[in-house]
Structure formats: C-alpha cells, structure tokens
Ligand binder design. Sequence first.
Ligand code: ADP
Ligand code: MG
Length: 430
Amino acid sequence: GYRKGGYHAVRPGDQFAAGRYVAQRKLGWGNFSTVWLAFDIQTQKFVALKIQKSAPEFAQAAFHEIEFLSEITKRDPSNCKCIIQLIDHFKHIGPNGQHICLAFEFLGDSLLKLVQYNRYKGIGFGQVREICRSILIGLDYLHRELGIIHSDLKLENILLVSTIDPSKDPIRSGLKPNLERPEGNPNGEVILNPIEKKLKMRARRVLAKLAEKRKSAAEYARAERSLDGIDMTCKIVDFGNACWADKQFTDFIQTRQYRAPEVILGAGYSFPVDMWSFACIAFELATGEMLFTPKEGQGYSEDEDHLALMMEVLGKIPKKIATMGTKSKEYFDRHGDLKRIRRLKFSSIERVLVDKYKISESDAREFAEFLCPLFDFAPEKRPTAAQCLQHKWLQCDDSKTCGTLNISDAKNASVACSPATTASSYSKSI
Ligand code: ADP
Ligand code: MG
C-alpha cells in the first residue's frame, strides 16, 4: 500500500508536474497504480492521472506501458482508433519515493460498471454491437498497423467514451474543477491538531455509514447520469501487459476467464489470443455473465477445469492441438482426452444463449454465428479483427436503437436483423 516503494497518497487539490495538473478525485486503482481525475490547467481539460507505485519494478512497468502508448498515440493523430491516448508523462517525487505518472485523456466508466448497472442481465444487442465495433476497430489498429498484442482484454480494461465535455458542462457531468489547494505545508499535507484529527475521524466514520446505505441508489443515479451522454463508443486501455508480436516477454498472459486455450497449453501465441478474449467479452456483454469461470476441484486443477468448460460448449479439442503444447501432457492422455475430467456435458453456445439466458432463437443463432468462429481451438483459423468488422452481424442498421442507452430499456432494445442468408457469414470476407 501506501509505504516506501508503494502508492503515492493523493488528496484533492494536490498539484503535479509543476502545477500543471490539479488532483480532483480518485477514479480507480490497480495492483501497480492509483488513477486520479485531475484538471489540466494548460489545456483546461480533465485528464486521468495514473500514478505508479515507486519501487523500481513498478517504474519499469510504467516505462513499458509508455513505450507502447507513445507509439499508439503517435500513429493515431486523429484519435479515432478506439485506443486510449497518452497526453503526457513525468516523474513525481513524494514521501514514498519517485513515481512515474501517466496523464491520459479522461474517459468514462468501464464495461464492467456498465454490466453491473444493468444488474448482470446483459445490455441488449444494439449496445453489444456498438461496443464490439469499437473494440474491433481498436484491435485491428493494434494488430495490423502496429503489431501489438494487448494480451489482457477484459471488461475492466475497456472504458466508455463520454460525449459530455466535463470542462464545458461541469454541472451535468457532476465535475467541477477544484483548483483550491487545502491549507497545509508545502508537501500538500494538512497539519491538524489532535482534537481536529479526532473530530475529522468521527465525521468520516459517520459519513462512511451513511454512504454505505445510500450506495446502491447513488450508484444507480450516477450510472444513469453518466450513461446519458454516452454514444457507446469505447476505448481499450491498460497496456501494462502488452507485447510486440515479434518480441514476447512471457508465456503467461491474460486474465484467467479471458485466457485462450493455446496459452493454457503452452503452445505459443499471437494476435488470435486477443480475438479469443474479445469473444469472451462479447458473450459477457450480451448475457451479463462470464462464459468460462473455471475452478480448481478435487483431483483436478483450474487449468484442466478451464479446458473442460471450453470443450463442453465448443466441442472436443482436436487431438493434434490438444497434444502440441509444452503443458499438454499435464492435462491430456495420448488419445487426446482430459486425464482427470472424463465426463463432459456438451451444449452449444447457441443452446446456452437460448436455454440459460432466454435469448430468442433468431438472436441467439445470429450471435452464435458471429461468435463461434472466434472460439476456434486452432488460433490461425480465428477471424481477424478486420474480418470481424465485415461480418453481417455487425452490418445491420441499428443506428436508431443504438443512439443513447436507456438503462431500464437496455434489455428490450433488441434489433431487427435480416435473417441469415448464408451458412457462414465469414466466408465472404475471408
Ligand atoms: P492498472 O494497470 O493498475 O490496472 P489501469 O490503466 O487499468 O491500471 O487503470 C485502473 C483503473 O483506473 C481503470 O480500471 C479505470 O477504472 C480507471 N482509469 C484508467 N484510465 C482511465 C481514464 N483514462 N479515464 C477514466 N478512468 C480511468
Ligand atoms: Mg487494469
């Protein structure tokens, strides 16, 4: 936490980069950093300030992220590729050491929040399509133009773009630049006497209790406010784990539930791992639940359970693929069957969508037609982002229903698409 080598403690009003940025409120955090909303005095805009922990390994990770973000931002001057833009980076010295800071354009809530606001019920196909288009534009840019594998795509790492400009419309967006610096010593630390300290602590406890009670209602209101002004484009963030396709650092990538089979098997990887995660995200947006949530069980590992879950909805992994990784022998016997999990309950993605999630037969069929090729166990057979963008599931004109999301109607905002005309809609574009 907040100790030597760790996070930098920030309070509203704190200044960064010789006064250019003024901290407003905390937006989020990760294992490596805290992220603050800050006001950029120079451009008069809000930014997201990512303040890295100070120990050398965290600084190294930040430099790694800057390397990728600089290239991404440099090659996308019109800022239309659905990837976060880096504005600035600098060092900040605090009591816990020297912190690398990254200033980003300010974005809205993550897709995880969006799914939570919809009470994990799925967000309706109109919005799923809009979001999928954005992610695919981003992936096509990363893969084809830059040769970058993101390798940690998940709901938390995709943020909605708010059409509200907080600096022009501070009241509606609930943001007002706070340029006041609280009284205190030059380090920004407020000096309180013991009585003041006690009173403040008590007030904080009372406020925390009140906040707890109102949390769900307030969160919901905030969601409604933040979504009212979102055009459903979104951007990919968090390049802390990115790599160049021709220069990989580790065999162990991706967050568990979004991990591709070739990574689990130790069979080498490339751009298709992002396409696998993308398909997991699309499923989760449509249903509100993750497709694969493996668990360790009696006598088998989380990895083996994961492979079993994949096979239950996608069919058996072809023996050739199952046995070709450096870790294949841990899970598969020489016939290509799992060693410890013998009985699988098969059900197609289409059936899961209809039976478990009560999606209409026609919506489920069209969505499954888009998804299933992305879940090919053979990575080289998965469609590329460019090919996905040509798929007819994304072509249907749903501009009317995709405009603004009304939370309560999101579930009903299904879209009329023309019925399938060919068996495989990827065949035309491949
Ligand atoms: P980490 O590498 O530590 O996971 P991220 O870059 O994913 O850091 O940022 C952590 C969180 O901070 C995100 O999940 C999000 O909630 C918030 N955040 C990050 N960048 C922005 C941004 N540009 N605008 C708004 N919020 C952001
Ligand atoms: Mg993250």
